[in-house]
Design a protein around this ligand. Structure first.
Ligand SMILES: *[C@@H]1O[C@H](CO)[C@@H](O)[C@H](O)[C@H]1NC(C)=O
Length: 251
Protein backbone atom coordinates (compact mmCIF):
# COMPACT_ATOMS: atom_id res chain seq x y z
CA UNK A 1 0.00 0.00 0.00
CA UNK A 2 2.82 2.32 0.90
CA UNK A 3 4.51 1.91 -2.44
CA UNK A 4 1.36 2.71 -4.34
CA UNK A 5 0.77 5.82 -2.28
CA UNK A 6 4.30 6.86 -3.09
CA UNK A 7 3.68 6.13 -6.74
CA UNK A 8 0.62 8.30 -6.95
CA UNK A 9 2.30 11.10 -5.06
CA UNK A 10 5.26 10.95 -7.42
CA UNK A 11 2.99 10.95 -10.42
CA UNK A 12 1.24 13.97 -9.00
CA UNK A 13 4.51 15.74 -8.20
CA UNK A 14 5.84 15.24 -11.71
CA UNK A 15 2.66 16.53 -13.27
CA UNK A 16 2.13 20.01 -11.92
CA UNK A 17 1.31 21.35 -15.36
CA UNK A 18 -1.56 18.93 -15.71
CA UNK A 19 -2.90 19.69 -12.27
CA UNK A 20 -2.76 23.43 -12.75
CA UNK A 21 -4.65 23.15 -16.01
CA UNK A 22 -7.48 21.40 -14.23
CA UNK A 23 -9.44 24.46 -13.02
CA UNK A 24 -9.56 25.79 -16.58
CA UNK A 25 -10.97 22.54 -17.88
CA UNK A 26 -13.38 22.48 -14.98
CA UNK A 27 -14.59 25.94 -15.93
CA UNK A 28 -15.27 24.85 -19.47
CA UNK A 29 -17.33 21.94 -18.26
CA UNK A 30 -19.24 24.26 -16.01
CA UNK A 31 -20.36 26.27 -19.00
CA UNK A 32 -21.53 23.24 -20.91
CA UNK A 33 -23.16 21.57 -17.94
CA UNK A 34 -24.65 24.77 -16.56
CA UNK A 35 -27.78 24.58 -18.63
CA UNK A 36 -29.37 27.56 -16.90
CA UNK A 37 -26.80 29.59 -18.85
CA UNK A 38 -28.77 28.77 -21.99
CA UNK A 39 -31.75 30.35 -20.31
CA UNK A 40 -29.56 33.30 -19.36
CA UNK A 41 -28.46 33.92 -22.92
CA UNK A 42 -31.94 33.67 -24.30
CA UNK A 43 -33.10 35.92 -21.55
CA UNK A 44 -30.63 38.61 -22.49
CA UNK A 45 -31.22 38.27 -26.19
CA UNK A 46 -34.95 38.72 -25.97
CA UNK A 47 -34.77 41.40 -23.33
CA UNK A 48 -37.03 39.44 -21.04
CA UNK A 49 -36.37 40.16 -17.41
CA UNK A 50 -37.89 37.12 -15.78
CA UNK A 51 -36.03 33.81 -15.62
CA UNK A 52 -36.98 31.15 -18.11
CA UNK A 53 -38.33 27.82 -17.01
CA UNK A 54 -36.80 24.74 -18.58
CA UNK A 55 -40.01 24.07 -20.50
CA UNK A 56 -39.71 27.40 -22.22
CA UNK A 57 -36.16 26.86 -23.35
CA UNK A 58 -36.90 24.45 -26.16
CA UNK A 59 -38.49 27.12 -28.31
CA UNK A 60 -36.14 30.03 -27.78
CA UNK A 61 -33.16 27.76 -28.56
CA UNK A 62 -33.61 28.85 -32.16
CA UNK A 63 -32.73 32.33 -30.98
CA UNK A 64 -29.56 31.01 -29.40
CA UNK A 65 -28.86 29.31 -32.69
CA UNK A 66 -29.16 32.58 -34.57
CA UNK A 67 -27.05 34.46 -32.09
CA UNK A 68 -24.22 31.98 -32.12
CA UNK A 69 -22.41 33.60 -35.01
CA UNK A 70 -23.05 37.10 -33.73
CA UNK A 71 -21.70 36.38 -30.28
CA UNK A 72 -18.78 34.41 -31.65
CA UNK A 73 -19.63 31.47 -29.48
CA UNK A 74 -18.75 28.85 -32.05
CA UNK A 75 -20.12 25.51 -31.04
CA UNK A 76 -22.88 26.81 -28.83
CA UNK A 77 -25.36 25.30 -31.27
CA UNK A 78 -24.33 21.95 -29.81
CA UNK A 79 -26.29 22.93 -26.74
CA UNK A 80 -29.49 22.59 -28.71
CA UNK A 81 -28.85 18.86 -28.82
CA UNK A 82 -28.63 18.43 -25.08
CA UNK A 83 -31.41 16.79 -23.19
CA UNK A 84 -32.29 19.46 -20.70
CA UNK A 85 -33.58 16.94 -18.21
CA UNK A 86 -30.25 15.13 -18.11
CA UNK A 87 -28.50 17.90 -16.21
CA UNK A 88 -26.96 15.65 -13.54
CA UNK A 89 -23.26 15.05 -14.19
CA UNK A 90 -22.13 11.63 -15.40
CA UNK A 91 -21.34 9.24 -12.58
CA UNK A 92 -17.94 7.66 -11.99
CA UNK A 93 -19.30 4.38 -13.41
CA UNK A 94 -20.53 6.02 -16.60
CA UNK A 95 -17.29 7.92 -17.06
CA UNK A 96 -15.04 4.91 -16.52
CA UNK A 97 -17.20 2.61 -18.63
CA UNK A 98 -16.83 5.10 -21.46
CA UNK A 99 -13.08 5.28 -20.95
CA UNK A 100 -12.80 1.51 -20.90
CA UNK A 101 -14.70 1.21 -24.18
CA UNK A 102 -12.61 3.93 -25.78
CA UNK A 103 -9.17 2.79 -24.68
CA UNK A 104 -9.49 -1.00 -24.93
CA UNK A 105 -8.76 -1.22 -28.67
CA UNK A 106 -5.97 1.34 -28.27
CA UNK A 107 -4.22 -0.33 -25.35
CA UNK A 108 -4.50 -3.64 -27.19
CA UNK A 109 -2.57 -2.20 -30.10
CA UNK A 110 0.16 -1.16 -27.69
CA UNK A 111 0.11 -4.36 -25.68
CA UNK A 112 0.61 -6.46 -28.82
CA UNK A 113 3.28 -4.33 -30.45
CA UNK A 114 5.93 -6.34 -32.25
CA UNK A 115 9.44 -5.42 -33.28
CA UNK A 116 8.02 -4.86 -36.76
CA UNK A 117 5.53 -2.17 -35.81
CA UNK A 118 7.04 -0.71 -32.66
CA UNK A 119 7.96 2.74 -33.87
CA UNK A 120 7.47 6.12 -32.30
CA UNK A 121 5.44 7.13 -35.33
CA UNK A 122 3.10 4.19 -34.80
CA UNK A 123 2.46 4.69 -31.13
CA UNK A 124 2.32 8.49 -30.95
CA UNK A 125 -1.24 8.84 -32.31
CA UNK A 126 -2.42 5.88 -30.25
CA UNK A 127 -1.09 7.38 -27.03
CA UNK A 128 -2.58 10.70 -28.11
CA UNK A 129 -6.02 9.15 -28.43
CA UNK A 130 -5.69 7.45 -25.06
CA UNK A 131 -4.74 10.77 -23.50
CA UNK A 132 -7.73 12.49 -25.06
CA UNK A 133 -10.04 9.89 -23.58
CA UNK A 134 -8.45 10.17 -20.13
CA UNK A 135 -8.43 13.96 -20.17
CA UNK A 136 -12.10 14.06 -21.10
CA UNK A 137 -12.83 11.64 -18.27
CA UNK A 138 -10.84 13.76 -15.80
CA UNK A 139 -12.83 16.82 -16.81
CA UNK A 140 -16.08 14.91 -16.38
CA UNK A 141 -14.97 13.70 -12.95
CA UNK A 142 -14.27 17.28 -11.91
CA UNK A 143 -17.94 18.04 -12.49
CA UNK A 144 -18.72 15.50 -9.74
CA UNK A 145 -16.81 17.36 -7.04
CA UNK A 146 -19.29 18.38 -4.35
CA UNK A 147 -22.08 16.18 -5.69
CA UNK A 148 -24.00 13.77 -3.50
CA UNK A 149 -22.78 10.19 -3.20
CA UNK A 150 -25.91 9.00 -5.00
CA UNK A 151 -24.84 11.03 -8.04
CA UNK A 152 -21.15 10.11 -7.85
CA UNK A 153 -21.91 6.39 -7.46
CA UNK A 154 -24.93 6.25 -9.75
CA UNK A 155 -24.98 3.08 -11.87
CA UNK A 156 -24.62 2.98 -15.64
CA UNK A 157 -28.12 1.53 -15.86
CA UNK A 158 -30.89 1.18 -13.33
CA UNK A 159 -31.14 2.83 -9.96
CA UNK A 160 -29.02 0.79 -7.54
CA UNK A 161 -26.09 2.86 -6.29
CA UNK A 162 -22.74 1.20 -6.87
CA UNK A 163 -20.68 -0.23 -4.04
CA UNK A 164 -17.15 1.10 -3.73
CA UNK A 165 -15.92 -2.39 -4.65
CA UNK A 166 -17.76 -2.11 -7.99
CA UNK A 167 -16.01 1.18 -8.65
CA UNK A 168 -12.69 -0.40 -7.69
CA UNK A 169 -13.25 -3.19 -10.23
CA UNK A 170 -14.02 -0.68 -12.95
CA UNK A 171 -11.22 1.78 -12.16
CA UNK A 172 -8.77 -1.05 -11.54
CA UNK A 173 -9.65 -2.54 -14.92
CA UNK A 174 -8.93 0.74 -16.68
CA UNK A 175 -5.65 1.28 -14.83
CA UNK A 176 -4.60 -2.29 -15.53
CA UNK A 177 -5.21 -1.80 -19.25
CA UNK A 178 -3.17 1.39 -19.20
CA UNK A 179 -0.24 0.18 -17.15
CA UNK A 180 -0.07 -3.12 -19.02
CA UNK A 181 0.17 -1.17 -22.26
CA UNK A 182 2.84 1.11 -20.80
CA UNK A 183 4.77 -1.95 -19.65
CA UNK A 184 4.52 -3.55 -23.07
CA UNK A 185 5.77 -0.41 -24.79
CA UNK A 186 8.73 -0.18 -22.42
CA UNK A 187 9.55 -3.79 -23.12
CA UNK A 188 9.40 -3.70 -26.92
CA UNK A 189 11.31 -0.47 -27.37
CA UNK A 190 14.99 -1.04 -26.71
CA UNK A 191 18.21 0.83 -27.28
CA UNK A 192 18.23 4.27 -28.82
CA UNK A 193 14.60 4.19 -29.88
CA UNK A 194 13.55 3.90 -26.26
CA UNK A 195 14.67 7.45 -25.54
CA UNK A 196 12.14 8.71 -28.07
CA UNK A 197 9.33 6.87 -26.35
CA UNK A 198 9.94 7.82 -22.75
CA UNK A 199 8.61 11.40 -23.00
CA UNK A 200 5.38 10.06 -24.49
CA UNK A 201 5.00 7.64 -21.61
CA UNK A 202 5.91 10.27 -19.02
CA UNK A 203 3.22 12.47 -20.42
CA UNK A 204 0.71 9.63 -20.41
CA UNK A 205 1.73 8.85 -16.83
CA UNK A 206 0.81 12.40 -15.85
CA UNK A 207 -2.57 12.05 -17.50
CA UNK A 208 -3.17 8.77 -15.69
CA UNK A 209 -2.10 10.37 -12.41
CA UNK A 210 -4.56 13.24 -12.82
CA UNK A 211 -7.38 10.78 -13.47
CA UNK A 212 -6.40 8.62 -10.52
CA UNK A 213 -6.07 11.57 -8.19
CA UNK A 214 -9.54 12.90 -8.80
CA UNK A 215 -11.33 9.57 -8.66
CA UNK A 216 -9.62 8.76 -5.36
CA UNK A 217 -10.80 12.09 -3.99
CA UNK A 218 -14.37 11.45 -5.13
CA UNK A 219 -14.80 7.90 -3.83
CA UNK A 220 -13.70 7.43 -0.26
CA UNK A 221 -12.32 4.00 0.54
CA UNK A 222 -11.47 3.35 -3.09
CA UNK A 223 -7.70 3.12 -2.74
CA UNK A 224 -7.76 0.21 -0.29
CA UNK A 225 -9.98 -1.82 -2.63
CA UNK A 226 -8.02 -0.80 -5.70
CA UNK A 227 -4.64 -1.99 -4.44
CA UNK A 228 -5.29 -5.75 -4.59
CA UNK A 229 -6.64 -5.35 -8.13
CA UNK A 230 -3.57 -3.41 -9.20
CA UNK A 231 -1.10 -5.77 -7.54
CA UNK A 232 -0.14 -7.59 -10.77
CA UNK A 233 0.44 -4.30 -12.57
CA UNK A 234 2.42 -2.84 -9.71
CA UNK A 235 4.77 -5.81 -9.83
CA UNK A 236 5.30 -5.07 -13.53
CA UNK A 237 6.02 -1.48 -12.60
CA UNK A 238 8.44 -2.59 -9.92
CA UNK A 239 10.22 -5.04 -12.21
CA UNK A 240 10.81 -2.29 -14.74
CA UNK A 241 13.00 -0.64 -12.13
CA UNK A 242 15.11 2.40 -12.71
CA UNK A 243 15.19 1.99 -16.47
CA UNK A 244 11.43 1.74 -16.73
CA UNK A 245 8.65 3.53 -14.95
CA UNK A 246 10.99 4.94 -12.34
CA UNK A 247 12.68 7.03 -14.97
CA UNK A 248 9.28 8.03 -16.28
CA UNK A 249 8.65 9.29 -12.78
CA UNK A 250 11.84 11.35 -13.00
CA UNK A 251 13.52 9.41 -10.22
C1 LIG B 1 1.43 -4.52 -34.15
O1 LIG B 1 1.29 -5.81 -34.71
C2 LIG B 1 0.63 -6.74 -33.86
C3 LIG B 1 0.71 -8.10 -34.54
O2 LIG B 1 0.24 -8.01 -35.85
C4 LIG B 1 -0.81 -6.27 -33.60
O3 LIG B 1 -1.46 -7.17 -32.75
C5 LIG B 1 -0.77 -4.89 -32.99
O4 LIG B 1 -2.08 -4.42 -32.84
C6 LIG B 1 0.03 -3.96 -33.87
N1 LIG B 1 0.12 -2.65 -33.21
C7 LIG B 1 0.06 -1.51 -33.88
C8 LIG B 1 0.19 -0.27 -33.07
O5 LIG B 1 -0.09 -1.44 -35.08
Amino acid sequence: MHSFNTLSILFAAACSAVTSAAPILSGVTGVVDGLPLVGGLVDTATGATSGLGLRQVSEPLAVVDDLTGELGLGDLTDLTNLDLRAAAPQSVAVIFTTVQTEITPLTEQLTYLTAANATVATITPIIGQIKTSLTTATTSLQALVGQQVSVILAPVEGTVTLAVSDVATLVGGVLTLLLTAVGAVLKVFVGDVKAGVLPLLTDLGCTIAALLKIVLSLVSGLLALLLPILAPVLSIVASLGATGLLSILSL
